[in-house]
Design a protein around this ligand. Structure first.
Ligand code: ADP
Ligand code: MG
Length: 257
């Protein structure tokens, strides 16, 4: 599995006169973990929504390994190897953990809809293979024992893990994580950090939005800090943590601590 390089160049987005993202440019290097940090309302999720095609951009360019993503609907961006989790968890609460993760695999199926409807042998084999892969993924994420449990019955931290498993089931080249540690306790956060490092080892490029600066510093190669829709600092975790602009706008405050 090889990660793809994400290039974002001068992207912008307004909502009824509010400038959510002004002019943001950065590169998430292939196979690296890039952190996107900043105060609430600074444009982090909007940036992610533009990368995944959920929101059209007002200006700028976005490319994955040099291939333009702008103008493509979310399913086409996903088909190019971009997977994400949401700030507000989106799972089918009454479906099992396994069923939720299996949803991530349907994208990669080679079988036609007609073959699926006719339940041809190749389909059953693909389903079995997909199920096997998903169970391995759940084991990797330490929730293999919860495969048959309805997703709605899980703890918050475990539901976040199911979302990550579902995104990984699509075999992404770029994984976008929007505040994956929100609502997690200390030990769950530590495990999440280890998981992100494992994902990095597998070669997948990661873009991580997260407020827990210790977690971000531990797992990222590079950090971009936003404030009011603009980039105020970029560099290594040590550079960004010691940047006066970042301390002034973000790290010095209590609200996001
Ligand atoms: P962050 O993820 O950094 O907390 P967001 O990207 O969610 O910030 O929001 C940036 C700004 O854009 C905020 O002022 C927010 O209220 C506004 N915004 C985001 N999404 C929408 C939307 N769909 N409609 C209107 N305003 C929005
Ligand atoms: Mg957000």
């Amino acid at each position: 599995m090889t990660g793809a390089q994400l290039e974002v160049w001068k992207i912008a987005k307004r909502f009824q006169g509010i400038v959510a993202v002004d002019s943001i440019s950065f590169v998430a290097g292939a196979g690296q973990v890039t952190g996107l940090i900043g105060p609430n309302g600074s444009g982090k999720t909007t940036t992610m929504n533009m990368i995944t095609g959920l929101y059209p951009t007002d200006a700028g360019r976005i490319a994955l390994d040099g291939v333009p993503l702008i103008g493509r609907p979310p399913h086409e961006v996903a088909a190019r190897g971009v997977a994400r989790t949401f700030q507000n968890i989106r799972l089918l609460a009454d479906q099992s953990v396994l069923a939720n993760v299996m949803l991530g695999t349907h994208l990669g199926h080679r079988q036609s809809i007609l073959a699926v409807l006719a339940r041809l042998p190749g389909v059953a084999r693909e389903e079995r293979e997909a199920e096997g892969r998903c169970r391995l993924l759940l084991d990797d994420l330490r929730i293999g024992h919860l495969a048959e449990v309805p997703a709605g019955d899980l703890s918050y931290g475990d539901r976040r893990r199911v979302e990550i498993a579902r995104a990984l089931a699509t075999r992404p080249r770029l994984l976008l994580l929007d505040e994956p540690a929100a609502g997690m306790n200390h030990s769950e956060r530590e495990q999440l950090g280890d998981l992100i490092l494992q994902i990095r080892t597998s070669g997948i490029t990661v873009l991580l939005i997260e407020h827990d600066i210790d977690l971000v510093a531990k797992v990222t190669d590079h950090i971009v800090c936003l404030n009011f829709g603009r980039e105020i600092a970029e560099g290594t975790p040590a550079d960004v943590r010691s940047s006066p602009a970042v301390i002034e706008a973000y790290l010095g405050r209590d609200e996001d601590a």
